[in-house]
Design a protein around this ligand. Structure first.
Ligand code: NOJ
Length: 506
């Protein structure tokens, strides 16, 4: 029995020893994140226009698990005050939400500005500020106004101007109160899934063609919005603007040179495709080389990758005040033989296969393996590739079936936050904030309501959309208050002060 107890003790010590006992810097900001279509509901209320997710879920319901839609979602349009109370309870400093373009401009164009839509976000922002919570607003989290899809959507480069006009309306309406702006959330999913693999609205399948056209427009749209802010608003409003880039971490499947090169190429095709032009200038060279090479062999008259002019490269380069970074999981990469030239595919352009190790830990998610070391490697790669930018982790989290006793989520957050702490302290990566995805269980795109990421459970069968705290709420609240993952962190007097004030305030 004694031996058993001793072994348990050793196991416990070795498990807890893996968790970093360093503390998050005093100025580090914790928050949570959501997105308009995933939580707001009120899809056609108070003058809101139709967007591509309204169209998809109403005309092609079977594309979504259980034919779910976001018509009501968490009903946050009506329950935003309650949501702010939940945020207040968590003690977070920041709330990242997104603005629904169609709620502000029902046609997508500036010919009609919807005052009730503007008022909704003003009310939300005021409620946040009155409770001491900073608003962090995303301008585009995948819900394109349908009339803009009707003229071709993001592959149409005219959308860059329409987005810039929308951004100006938002900066003007909310910029006195919102000081952190994100133009695009995970544009990779908008382009590669929306216009490439047809796994997101508007479900267009044109891999290796429309997806690159989309990326080209999105990068120009982002740069225009950043310059508008810089020229017309920054002086008075004193805020910051950037974009959110995401990807899996791609780890070579072996230490062969070819797998290592293949993994780096894949990073450039996923993350670099969206970050390089903004942080360094132009597309990554390997992307240009591979797409030009394959386009020629496939028989195209010119490369499928649209090229930026010198002027455009200069205009886009430097349009960031920090880097927004979403990270969830990791994949392994191995080089493959050059795929056939008879077919065009973004996957073929990358020239590799990506897969996950089946022995890696997971919840019930099909794609989200728990691989915290991947997040740390990714942060180091960003630091080294993009000249050590300030990084705000704008999303990180894990889904399950919606359990109130969500130990897997607590485990995930502990491990990822621990890896992030080591990246900050040991590797000197400049991470300044962390937004847990998500405040609430919500509409998970084509997975409908089957994948639950919330700290708070939402009862989607009740008209009240009742919110209930999961076990992870107390867990996250404690981290937010103490900046520490273990009972006692080794560091400055500041962190001890935080720990004491947390325990005395209970
Ligand atoms: C990233 C997206 O921004 C968000 O909308 C989504 O719910 C989470 N990943 C989880 O898949």
């Amino acid at each position: 029995m004694k031996l058993f107890k001793f072994m348990c003790y050793i196991l416990l010590v070795s498990l807890t020893a893996a968790v970093s006992n360093k503390s998050f810097p005093a100025k580090f900001k914790f928050g949570t994140a959501t997105a308009s279509y995933q939580i707001e509901g009120a899809w056609n209320e108070d003058g809101k226009g139709e967007n591509i997710w309204d169209r998809l879920t109403h005309t092609n319901a079977t594309a979504v698990k259980n034919s779910d839609n976001g018509d009501v979602a968490c009903d946050s349009y009506h329950k935003y005050k309650e949501d702010v109370r939940l945020l207040k309870h968590l003690g977070v400093k920041v709330y990242r939400f997104s603005i629904s373009w169609s709620r502000i401009l029902p046609t997508g164009f500036t010919n009609k500005v919807n005052q009730p839509g503007i008022q909704y976000y003003k009310n939300l922002i005021k409620e946040l500020l009155d409770n001491g919570i900073e608003p962090m607003a995303t301008l585009y989290h995948w819900d394109l106004p349908q009339p803009l899809q009707d003229i071709g959507g993001w592959p149409n480069e005219l959308l860059a101007d329409h987005f810039a006009n929308y951004a100006r309306v938002c900066f003007k309406a909310f910029g006195d109160s919102v000081k952190t702006w994100l133009t695009f959330n995970e544009a990779k999913q908008t382009c590669q899934q929306g216009y490439g693999s047809a796994t997101m609205a508007p479900l267009i399948k044109s891999p290796g063609v429309a997806d690159y056209l989309c990326t080209y427009t999105v990068l120009k749209a982002h740069a225009k919005a950043w310059h508008i802010y810089d020229d017309e608003f920054r002086g008075k409003q004193r805020g910051r603007v950037s974009t959110v880039v995401d990807s899996d971490w791609y780890e070579p499947a072996s230490n062969s040179t070819s797998d290592m090169e293949a993994a780096e190429t894949r990073r450039q095709f996923t993350f670099g495709l969206y970050a390089n032009a903004i942080f360094l200038g132009n597309w990554p060279q390997v992307v240009i080389d591979r797409v030009d090479y394959r386009s020629e062999n496939e028989g195209y008259a010119k490369s499928r990758l649209p090229k930026f002019t010198k002027q455009e490269i200069d205009y886009i380069r430097g349009t960031h005040d920090f880097m927004g970074f979403n990270t969830y999981t990791t994949s392994l990469v191995c080089k493959i033989e050059e795929p056939t030239f008879n077919e065009t595919d973004y996957e073929f352009d990358m020239g590799s296969n990506a897969f996950q190790d089946p022995t890696w830990e997971a919840t019930n998610s099909t794609w989200l393996k728990i691989v915290p070391w991947g997040a740390r490697k990714f942060l180091n790669w960003i630091k080294n590739t993009y000249n050590n930018p300030e990084i705000i982790i704008t999303e990180n989290g894990v889904s399950d079936a919606g359990l109130l006793k969500d130990d897997a989520r607590i485990h995930y957050y502990t491990e990822y936050l621990s890896a992030i702490l080591e990246a900050i302290h040991t590797d000197k990566v400049h991470v300044s904030g962390y937004m847990a995805w998500s405040l609430l269980d919500n509409y998970e795109w084509l997975a409908g309501y089957t994948e639950k990421f919330g700290l708070y459970h939402v009862d989607f069968s009740s008209p009240n959309r009742t919110r209930t705290a999961k076990k992870s709420v107390d867990f996250y609240k404690k981290i937010v208050a103490t900046h520490c993952l273990v009972d006692k962190c080794v560091t400055s007097g500041w962190s001890l002060f935080r720990v004491f004030s947390y325990f005395f305030s209970r």
